[in-house]
Design a protein around this ligand. Structure first.
Ligand code: PEP
Ligand code: MN
Length: 340
């Protein structure tokens, strides 16, 4: 961190800044330029220090030089993280497809979907048993029955399963059934949940918050990594913008940004990213072309009658078409679409 003093800052002001730096347990490095004095701050810097120093008399600006997130940062961990789930590796050369319904609705619905997505080449089955819902009057999931159905389909198809955990109290229960714990967008900054999920001994997929910056998202990831859980996957699922045609704005650029600044695998969710089924395939292809380690797509036997997110769900036919288009796009960027 560098503190740039105003032109004409007094010695007294410069000394006050240095004292404040020392009081925070850090060291300073003073450099007098022709016009201005610059003070380097050395040591383990905490994020609030920037604001604290910036308001001191005589300070012009405070510039951060290193990232506030550490454990998720590529600076501190140059190699890609690879998360192994069943026979699948997320991160690395492979492109992985996670597919399934938004919500587990019934045995029949999950059975049909699991078999259809597996036959088309998906390698992980998704399905919500505990559903976050903007309206309390919407379907909120089958709860533990949904988890049992996911476990049953896993046994039948061999596909590992990912499902969302919404509360600290449910972490143990969900971890008993799930191969990957999903933290939803609305819970990205539920810091107690992040810590508890980090302790569950299962891989975690952290979705980007609805209005979260990339930095906030990576700081949320720190909470999970700080528990000693290295098996963390990020998921870009669109962010809220002024655009109203789509449900969210799919931030494709977040994918290469994450690849540059973090070692964590990145999955793209074009279903929530757009909210419209006809935009799912183009955004899935774009995400893989941009370097995503995989995609997560909502698929339903009959989207028109889905209890949740039908408008953004692919039917089996459209999912098969997506899978056919995905393989050459993955190959074009030097990746391989894995099959079950
Ligand atoms: C989901 O994956 O079904 C979901 C609720 O996603 P998000 O948290 O991104 O809205
Ligand atoms: Mn959904």
């Amino acid at each position: 961190m560098i503190v740039v003093m105003r032109v004409g800052a007094t010695d007294q002001q410069i000394n006050a800044v240095m004292e404040r730096i020392r009081a925070a347990g850090l060291k300073e490095h003073l450099s007098h330029g022709v016009e201005r004095t610059i003070i380097g701050v050395l040591g383990q810097i905490y994020p609030e220090l920037k604001d604290t120093l910036e308001v001191l008399p005589g300070v012009d600006e405070v510039i951060r030089v290193s990232k506030p997130y550490k454990l998720s940062s590529r600076e501190f961990h140059p190699e890609d993280t690879r998360v192994k789930v069943g026979g699948v590796t997320i991160g690395g050369e492979d492109v992985v497809v996670i597919a399934g319904p938004c919500a587990v609705e019934s045995e029949k619905q999950l059975f049909e979907t699991a078999h259809a997505v597996r036959a088309a080449g998906a390698t992980v089955l998704r399905g919500g048993a505990f559903k976050p819902s903007t309206s309390p009057y919407s379907f909120r999931g089958l709860g533990e029955r949904g988890l049992e159905l996911l476990a049953q389909m896993k046994a039948e198809t061999g596909l590992p399963v990912i499902t969302e955990v919404m509360t600290v109290a449910d972490v143990d229960l969900v971890a008993r059934y799930a191969d990957i714990l999903q933290i939803g967008a609305r819970n990205m900054q539920n810091f107690f949940l992040l810590e508890e999920a980090g302790k569950a001994g299962k891989p975690v997929m952290l979705k980007r918050g609805l209005s979260a910056t990339i930095e906030e998202w990576l700081l949320a990831a720190e909470y999970i990594l700080a528990q000693g859980n290295k098996e963390l996957i990020l998921c870009e699922r669109g962010i809220r913008t002024f655009e109203s045609y789509t449900r969210n704005t799919m931030d494709i650029s977040a994918i290469p940004v994450i690849e540059k600044v973090s070692h964590l695998p990145i999955i793209a969710d074009p279903s929530h990213g757009t909210g419209k089924w006809h935009l799912v395939t183009p955004m899935a292809l774009a995400a893989v072309a941009a370097g995503a380690d995989g995609i997560m797509v909502e698929v339903h036997p009959n989207p028109d009658s889905a209890l949740k997110d039908g408008a953004q769900s692919l039917n089996f036919d459209n999912f098969r078409k997506l899978m056919k288009l995905l393989a050459p796009v993955a190959a074009a960027v030097g990746r391989r679409l894995v099959s079950p």
